[in-house]
Design a protein. Structure first.
Lengths: 150, 126
């Protein structure tokens, strides 16, 4: 039913991928081959997706953004979140010594394919504590119904 | 005695609580060190900053954002806690640290002790 975003928590390969990522996080990037599309952690906001009986909820962990410049579009079942983040480190100041630069900066886009039963007319997005939450309602016809027995 | 044990136990439990390292930027200028930490999802009341001796601990819990009946389909953030510690050096003034949390970014300003600030020494001729 949710094949488009089916990377189920219990998926075996998903678990391996998670393990690989965690090891990379702990030991730094290993010499092993990684996906050609893989990016350094923090470059693109991490995303969690969940569903309730009435809606699909997307949480993008994107700290330090200007909420008015975040763009959220929904086009033919694909939700696209894009924005840009400026670095907190003052640029070109000879008196500033930078020791660690891990926070992702620059522009990003993430696209998420949503299930077929969402209602594009009812989308809410809010930004709080560095988390962008997008709530897309599911069509009424897709919601569980109790059927009266005649 | 039993109280002590309890404290010790909760301490161990807290240590064992899984947490991820937040990404940080650290830079220094003449007046001190600035640390920026990415902690998206952490509200102000869930953030804890601790200084013990010369170590600085930053810890924050991601607030449960989930509405009732939410079923996870896909999750990249699985550990709802950030924790990271740093060792400070002696010329930093831990009593005057300023902290600010905005849009999931924690900004810590750690000034240098007054005696460690750079001074210009006037040269007199004569």
């Amino acid at each position: 039913m949710y094949e488009s975003i089916l990377n189920h928590p219990n998926n075996l390969f998903g678990q391996f991928e998670r393990l690989r990522r965690e090891l990379d996080d702990v030991f730094g990037v290993s010499g092993l081959a990684s996906s050609i599309r893989s990016v350094a952690p923090g470059t693109v906001p991490a995303v969690n997706v969940g569903r309730t009986p009435t809606s699909v909820e997307i949480y993008a962990f994107a700290p330090g953004l200007d909420a008015s410049k975040v763009e959220v579009t929904l086009d033919r079942g694909v939700l696209r979140i894009s924005g840009e983040r400026a670095s907190g480190i003052p640029a070109n100041d000879p008196k500033v010594h930078v020791y660690t630069r891990e926070c992702g900066t620059g522009s990003f886009t993430r696209a998420i394919s949503l299930p077929d039963d969402v209602d594009p007319g009812q989308v809410n997005a809010s930004y709080r504590d560095g988390v962008l939450r997008v709530s897309v309602a599911r069509r009424e016809s897709a919601q569980p119904k109790r059927i009266t027995v005649q | 005695m039993s109280d002590n044990k309890q404290v010790a136990r909760t301490g161990i439990e807290q240590d064992q609580q899984r947490a991820v390292l937040p990404a940080v930027d650290v830079f220094e200028d003449a007046g001190g060190i600035t640390l920026l930490a990415d902690m998206p999802g952490v509200p102000k009341d869930q953030l804890e900053l601790k200084i013990e001796g010369d170590s600085l601990l930053i810890e924050g819990g991601v607030q449960a954002l989930t509405p009732e009946g939410l079923e996870a389909i896909y999750a990249e953030v699985r550990v709802p806690r950030y924790r990271r510690s740093f060792t400070l050096s002696r010329e930093l003034d831990t009593a005057r640290i300023e902290a600010n949390l905005k849009d999931g970014v924690l900004t810590l300003r750690i000034p240098k002790q007054a005696h460690a600030q750079p001074r210009r020494i006037a040269v007199t001729s004569g």
